[in-house]
Design a protein around this ligand. Structure first.
Ligand code: NDP
Length: 327
């Protein structure tokens, strides 16, 4: 396993990490979740991603039980939670980024995960109805209490992150260390354009999500349907429609041909492509089956195959490279 600094912080995260969205406490049994986490940990994965909103809190309960039963030393792993979406009860003060919810959600996540502190704590989305000062102060309070070690954002715009940095500086508080954006061959603008200034000037780290764009970049939907996959799950029709849009299907088929020429699974090519970006601190993998994770965890082996020529071939197929403004 390769380990990368989380931005300019001192923390080292495995280049490949593992997350539980849609799977833990939902799509898969607790036994499979245990096998997957064991596989990841044994391969050197040290970061496990979670959120209060995943399976309405159940995902953290499942992960907490696994961590406890595996008896891993606390120093050997990094675990996260995210606040914003709430758990099963969505009443007032149970969602968003108010001081009350940020602090209560952290205390609840600590109980569900059965740990004394969260290594990473994310604001899962921006909350336009709460002053940014309130959220930054609340995060700083949790840092001072030792309940979290680093805090960050997820799917915030560059200007929202900048505002948090400025507020933190103004009051001598600790600002955001990392952002968790979507990043894959189809979604690139934040990582490759919008955040460039934040990487260069502030050393922002990134824990990127959906490297396979929910599975389509494994190539499997080119030949088979959605049965037995997340896109066949009830309530996720919105995700199915977005993921299997006609232009994405076409590009995935063309990428599959390229992967065949290279003699590697498309999933590995797609994940390796994410790792090539030096502003990616860690790629969060998702998996519902052990064979998937076994395949994905071997991605570092194929990095040398991504030559300039292969990258150019990929660009020609996807056509998603952001156009940078000329200054
Ligand atoms: P991916 O885009 O990589 O999708 C993972 C899914 O793709 C798996 O669950 C599986 O789904 C399928 N898959 C994985 N590997 C293979 C393979 N080798 N061959 C075929 N199919 C494969 O990542 P996720 O969308 O799961 O995101 C990863 C993590 O990122 C999450 O667990 C979460 O921690 C985080 N995240 C954060 C978000 C945020 O807002 N901050 C939002 C979303 C995710 P299937 O069961 O369908 O086969």
């Amino acid at each position: 396993m390769e380990y990368r600094k989380l931005g300019k912080s001192g923390l080292q995260v495995s280049a490949l990490s593992f997350g539980s969205w849609l799977t833990f406490g939902n799509q898969i049994s607790d036994k499979v979740a245990d096998e997957l986490m064991g596989l990841a940990y044994d391969a050197g994965v040290n970061f496990f991603d979670n959120a209060e909103g995943y399976a309405e809190g159940k995902s953290e309960i499942v992960m907490g039980n696994i961590i406890k039963n595996q008896k891993w030393e606390r120093e050997s792993f990094v675990v996260s939670s995210k606040v914003f979406f709430g758990t099963e009860n969505k009443g007032p003060n149970r969602v968003g980024l108010s001081r009350k919810h940020v602090i209560e959600a952290c205390n609840s996540a600590l109980k569900r995960l059965q740990v004394d502190y969260l290594d990473l704590y994310f604001c899962h989305r921006p909350d336009k109805s709460t002053p940014i000062e309130e959220t930054v102060w609340a995060m700083n309070t949790l840092l001072q209490q030792g309940k979290i070690l680093y805090w960050g954002t997820s799917e915030w715009s560059a200007s929202e992150i900048m505002e948090a940095i400025v507020v933190a500086k103004q009051y001598n508080l600790i600002g955001p260390t990392m952002e968790q954006p979507q990043y894959n061959l189809f979604e690139r603008n934040k990582l490759e354009n919008e955040y460039l200034h934040l990487f260069k000037e502030y050393g922002l780290g990134t824990t990127i999500w959906s490297p396979l764009a929910s599975g389509i970049l494994s190539g499997k939907y080119t030949n088979s349907g959605v049965e037995g996959t997340r896109l066949g799950m009830k309530g996720l029709e919105w995700l199915k429609d977005r993921t299997l849009a006609a232009d994405r299907m076409e590009k995935a088929s063309a990428l599959q041909v390229l992967a065949n020429e290279l003699g590697i699974p498309l999933a590995k090519l797609s994940i390796a492509w994410c790792l090539k970006n030096p502003n990616v601190s860690t790629v969060i993998l998702g998996a519902s089956k052990t064979v998937q994770l076994q395949e994905n965890l071997k991605v570092l082996e194929v990095l040398p195959l991504l030559t300039d020529k292969v990258i150019e071939d990929i660009e020609n197929i996807v056509g998603t490279k952001p156009k940078l403004a000329d200054f």
